[in-house]
Design a protein around this ligand. Structure first.
Ligand SMILES: Cc1cc2nc3c(=O)[nH]c(=O)nc-3n(C[C@H](O)[C@H](O)[C@H](O)COP(=O)(O)OP(=O)(O)OC[C@H]3O[C@@H](n4cnc5c(N)ncnc54)[C@H](O)[C@@H]3O)c2cc1C
Length: 505
């Protein structure tokens, strides 16, 4: 498309919501561009608890619409991307005198099982923790538990797969491209972008602008669009710690803290346990969010209320933090603010429309995109119809329950791969793992070895197909191999990528 061409839809923000809207829009026949100022999912969308969940806790705040929509999405998303999304069972221990009575939890789980179109996911059951393996790592106080279903997602990969699919369908997808200003001009938007590496500026035109910048949404309204007095979202920081594996069971734990908050302890990347999250109001630039000592202390202490072997700061191998952009409904406590999303269109009397996205969850991103497309249709004319519910993301075109079969098939085609390597590749790339490996007939054909099971062939794929430019993109978003590589190996990867990216430029 030439510089003067006019896009139907221009999306600011390459998190889950921006990429989801761009993909849905281009699939309906709109011409679409998207600009992300950093790497895809570098904002909130790689810092979540990574659950595709109804949100049991939101029932307490009467968020029935949100919970029902989210529950219904669990199996839709699982079928759409069974490589990066899969079911997980959660063990919710309780005891007399705990923060919530057993009947209330049972009622919540009854609703959970019945209002959400559950077909493949198993129903809630009760556990005798004195006999069940899940009781093993916990204090003896917890003799009973409920076990229920939700889903797990590789959040950062979900984002990049949406971006990839949007690009494959014809959208112009730009990473490391900041929108510096956007102004209305003759009934259109004139959007000025800046390349983060070269500083080069470009002006693009569009009929409709989407502000899907998550926790930056008010900043973009104020600084990029020149609005005064903007206050639509409440910023709430959430942090996680990753510790050496605390338990061997594949099930996750749902803990209730004495202060009424809840916390998860989840099996993570085979060798680790993910513990989180916190909830505290945040001010400042979301790009600078970091875990505080108080949060570390809170997470260790709360988890140690449950595990018989306490969680200490010495166990921590990694932490991450992100900022929730919650629609500001005036709730007094951070954990009570609504998790639902709000879409608002501005622009009357022939003005070019602006669609702002406030709030949202990973779990509901596809439905949020459908609602956004309804508003886009009303504003600039409808094109196409809903299509994503039965679609597959790249590499996700296999049956939801067939992950092991996919691994077997990959192993059969590439017998030299270690089983753990094949499993990792299918988890990340699904049916595209074979395209990534190409004609490789031996380990040597995978190219330079960077540590653990990371080879040149994968790094090249991530540079060529998934916009990876720095070691950090590969190690913390496209994969989580940052948990395994040594500083020397990371430096070597950084060097290699610099050379490969420059050579491709
Ligand atoms: C601690 C925590 C735990 C969570 N757990 C879950 C969970 O388990 N399940 C679930 O469903 N949801 C969860 N969520 C919610 C979910 O992660 C977020 O709702 C979602 O990721 C928000 O996505 P987004 O696209 O709106 O924002 P973001 O992912 O932040 O994307 C916005 C993007 O806009 C870009 N941007 C900003 N300004 C500009 C500009 N001027 N030009 C170009 N680009 C710009 C940013 O770089 C950023 O990448 C959690 C959130 C947090 C914080």
């Amino acid at each position: 498309m030439s510089e003067q061409a006019i896009f139907d839809v221009f999306v600011i923000g390459g998190g889950i919501n921006g990429c989801g809207i761009a993909r849905d829009a281009v699939g309906r026949g709109y011409s679409v561009a998207l600009a992300e100022m950093d790497d895809f999912a570098s904002g909130t969308s790689s810092g979540s608890t990574k659950l595709i969940h109804g949100g049991l806790r939101y029932l307490e705040h009467y968020e029935f619409r949100l919970v029902r929509e989210a529950l219904m999405e669990r199996e839709v998303l699982w079928a759409m991307a069974p490589h990066v999304i899969w079911p997980m069972r959660f063990v919710l221990p309780y005891h007399k005198g705990g923060p919530r009575p057993a009947w209330l939890i049972r009622l919540g789980l009854f609703l959970y099982d019945h209002i959400g179109g559950r077909k493949l996911l198993p129903a809630t059951s009760t556990l005798d923790m004195t006999r069940d393996a899940a009781g093993g790592p916990l204090k003896r106080l917890f003799t009973k538990a409920f076990e229920y279903s939700d889903g797990w997602v590789d959040d950062a990969r979900l984002v990049v797969l949406n971006a990839r699919d949007a690009a494959d369908r014809g959208a112009r997808i730009m990473a490391r491209t900041r929108v510096v200003s956007a102004r209305r001009e003759n009934g259109r938007w004139a959007i000025e972008t800046e390349d983060a590496q070269t500083g080069a500026r470009e002006t693009l035109r569009a009929r409709l602008l989407v502000n899907a910048t998550g926790p930056w949404v008010d900043r973009v309204l104020a600084d990029t669009l020149g609005k005064n007095d903007v206050h639509n979202v409440r910023l709430v920081q959430g942090s996680h710690i990753v510790v050496k594996r605390k338990f061997d069971d594949p099930r996750a734990y749902f803990f209730q803290n004495p202060d009424g908050r809840i916390m998860f302890a989840i099996p993570y990347q085979n060798d680790f346990t993910l513990i989180g999250t916190t909830d505290r109001d945040f001010t400042g630039n979301p790009a600078d969010v970091r875990i505080s000592d108080a949060e570390i202390d809170y997470l260790c202490k709360s988890a140690s209320e449950y595990f018989s072997d306490p969680v200490t700061t010495d166990d921590i191998v990694w932490t991450y933090s992100a900022v929730r952009p919650l629609y500001d409904d005036g709730a007094s406590k951070a954990q009570e603010a609504t998790r639902d999303y709000v879409l608002r269109v501005e622009g009357q009397n022939g003005q070019a429309p602006l669609l702002n996205v406030f709030g949202g969850k990973l779990t509901t991103y596809r439905r949020l995109a459908e609602s956004a497309l309804e508003k886009i249709g009303e504003a600039i004319g409808t094109k196409g119809s809903k299509w994503t519910a039965t679609s597959h993301l790249p590499g996700g075109d296999f049956a939801a329950t067939a992950y092991d079969t996919e691994v077997d098939m990959l192993k059969a085609r590439y017998p030299f791969l270690a089983l753990s390597h094949a499993r990792r590749l299918v988890r990340l790339y699904g049916t595209q793992a074979a395209s990534l490996l190409g004609h490789a007939a031996s380990q040597a054909d995978l190219g330079k070895h960077f540590g653990t099971d990371l080879y040149e062939v994968e790094v090249d794929w991530l540079i060529g197909q998934e916009w990876a430019r720095r070691a950090e993109d590969v190690l913390w978003r496209r994969t989580k191999l940052g948990l395994k590589l040594t500083p020397a190996e990371i430096a070597e990867l950084e060097d290699y990528m610099r050379g490969a990216v420059n050579a491709a430029a």
